[in-house]
Write a protein that binds this ligand. Structure first.
Ligand code: LLP
Length: 420
């Protein structure tokens, strides 16, 4: 029996579900994203355990990783979905998720997106402004379809996370100002084809201090209770996502406190709860395997130049994110301090700066860890680079998840203009 997740086998090689990572890297080529279904299952059950004593559903936040096999796997485990575009909606449908299990979030749903979602009877729209309400109402009345509406509240809470992924402060574009929620909720009742279903909150991502969730959820519950007191029904509360993942130590986040918060605030209440975890379900399941192209030494520094680049994984340069990097095969020739960089022509094209790793040679592999979430999904074709290959390990078997566009495929989609 092997252990859960990525581990060193008896020869010291990084492995998963009994398969050596170096074998997979050779078989599929690099850069290569690998997803371990066992970690996905484990993290799903950990989340489920935290909320199982209250009435609630998990809607996987598809933005974290929208590969249809990832969506399908979470759907099989029991998840619905939280989406932010009709593209994500189509992916969910392709993955077999029923529209009645899909929540549509986001500040900028356009006319076509609203119409498609209504025509397919999605579970609910989480809306973020009065203006959006009027747009949805206009379209719903025109096509005579009902819209279930949940108001996303901006609680003006600043969690301790990176500025670019903090969404609960009043200066951000997200949610409806706390003081306006009651009036808009009341307005929902005056509109035909609109059914108010509740309130929601999502204060940001990569949050470890669960007191911020406590504050946000308490505010939301109190607001819902006030609205109920004046005679309106508030059947559901959407508590969003945001639970942090330990990128530094590979330690599973302990959800005991989160569970206690949910129990304290909601075990006595009658709200039906929904949760939108993304990162905490998928981040740790993924690694990005990359091959060393060459080592470069300057007067000041060592550079390990690898075949993955910021187009495959932009988190380190975009959010100063830390990802643990390990040699796939062990190499007992001592340690070096190096910048691990890609081939792209930008100084920002790095995965780690001044990182201590085991000495590594040309053509050997590195694993960039905890890259299941917001990694492949944020990739681009910058520098005319193709996407990384993606595979999933299920029941000890490796499966290719998609065909990657070759550079020929990419070029064939461009049209040459006749400039003569
Ligand atoms: N619900 C809503 C409305 C969201 O905006 C998000 C994430 C989630 C749920 C899921 O949050 P999670 O459980 O994954 O923290 N690209 C950034 C993260 C952006 C998060 C966007 N919203 C990163 O790489 O750190």
């Amino acid at each position: 029996m092997h252990c859960l997740g990525y581990y060193r086998d008896t020869t010291g090689e990084l492995s998963v579900q009994g398969i050596k990572i170096s074998y997979l890297a050779k078989k599929y080529g690099t850069p290569l994203y690998i997803y371990d279904s066992e970690i996905m299952k484990d993290r799903y059950h950990a989340f489920l355990n935290a909320i199982k004593e209250v009435k609630g559903n998990i809607h996987y936040a598809v933005k974290a990783n929208d590969s249809i096999n990832i969506i399908k796997y979470f759907s099989k485990l029991g998840c619905g979905a939280d989406i932010v575009s009709i593209g994500e909606f189509e992916k969910c449908i392709a993955a077999g998720i029923a529209p009645e299990k899909i929540i549509f979030s986001g500040v900028g749903k356009d006319k076509n997106e609203i119409e498609t979602a209504l025509e397919n009877n999605i579970l609910q729209f989480n809306i973020e402004s009065q203006e959006e309400l009027y747009d949805i109402h206009y379209i719903a009345s025109k096509i005579k379809k009902n819209a279930n509406i949940c108001l996303r509240v901006n609680p003006d809470i600043a969690p301790d996370t990176h500025k670019k992924i903090s969404t609960g402060e009043k200066e951000t574009k997200f949610g409806i100002d706390f003081e306006n929620v009651k009036a808009i909720y009341e307005k929902l009742h005056q509109l035909d084809f609109i059914t108010p279903v509740g309130l929601g909150v999502h204060i940001g991502s990569q949050i470890f201090d669960f007191n911020f969730f406590y504050k946000a959820y308490l505010n939301l519950r109190n607001l819902a209770d006030e609205i109920k007191k004046v005679g309106f029904s508030v059947p559901t509360l959407d508590l969003g996502g945001g639970i942090g993942v330990d990128y530094k130590n590979d330690t599973k986040t302990d959800l005991t406190n989160y569970k206690n918060i949910i129990l304290e605030l909601f075990s006595e209440s009658n709200f039906k709860l929904s949760f939108e975890p993304g990162r905490s379900l998928i981040a740790e399941a993924g690694i990005l395997v990359t091959k060393v192209i060459r080592n470069k030494k300057t007067k000041d520094k060592n550079f390990v130049i690898v075949d993955a680049a910021m187009n495959n994984l932009i988190r380190p340069t975009l959010y100063d994110a830390f990802h643990k990097i390990e040699n796939v095969q062990t190499n007992k020739t001592g340690e070096i301090v190096a910048d691990i960089v890609g081939p792209i022509c930008e100084t920002g094209d790095y995965f780690a700066l001044d990182r201590t790793i085991n000495h590594i040679n040309k053509n050997q592999y590195l694993a960039i860890k905890t890259t299941g979430a917001y990694s492949s999904v944020m990739s681009s074709n910058y520098n005319a680079r193709t996407d990384a290959i993606e595979i999933m390990i299920v029941n000890g078997q490796d499966h290719k998840m998609k065909e990657v566009d070759t550079i020929k495929d990419i070029i064939s989609k461009e049209t040459l203009i006749d400039f003569d």
